[in-house]
Design a protein. Structure first.
Length: 95
């Protein structure tokens, strides 16, 4: 199944804040890993976030973390943050 990928305005702003080479790497990873199997967890790349609420999943792209939900054939990317800011972001905006 091919999933539609949608970015929240905040995620789009997060992405635009990175350098061009990082943006390209993140876009490639989103297309490669989330377009067809966004819920296929792995040991390192995709993890399901435990508990209820949003976001449901995290994609690791080098030192960048992409937080997203999967709803009815759509992948909703809610945030794209550096690894060192991921815990803070989850504490404030996540669950």
């Amino acid at each position: 199944m091919r999933y539609e990928i949608l970015l929240a305005p905040e995620a789009l702003a997060d992405l635009r804040a990175f350098k061009a080479n990082i943006r390209a790497e993140v876009r490639d990873a989103i297309e490669r890993h989330l377009r067809h199997e966004p819920t296929a967890t792995s040991r390192a790349r995709i993890k399901q976030i435990l508990g209820e609420g949003s976001p449901e999943f995290r994609l690791r792209v080098g030192d960048i973390r992409v937080f997203y939900d999967v709803v009815e054939g759509q992948v909703w990317i809610v945030a794209i943050v550096p690894k060192d800011g991921a815990e803070d972001w989850l504490g404030k905006a996540g669950r």
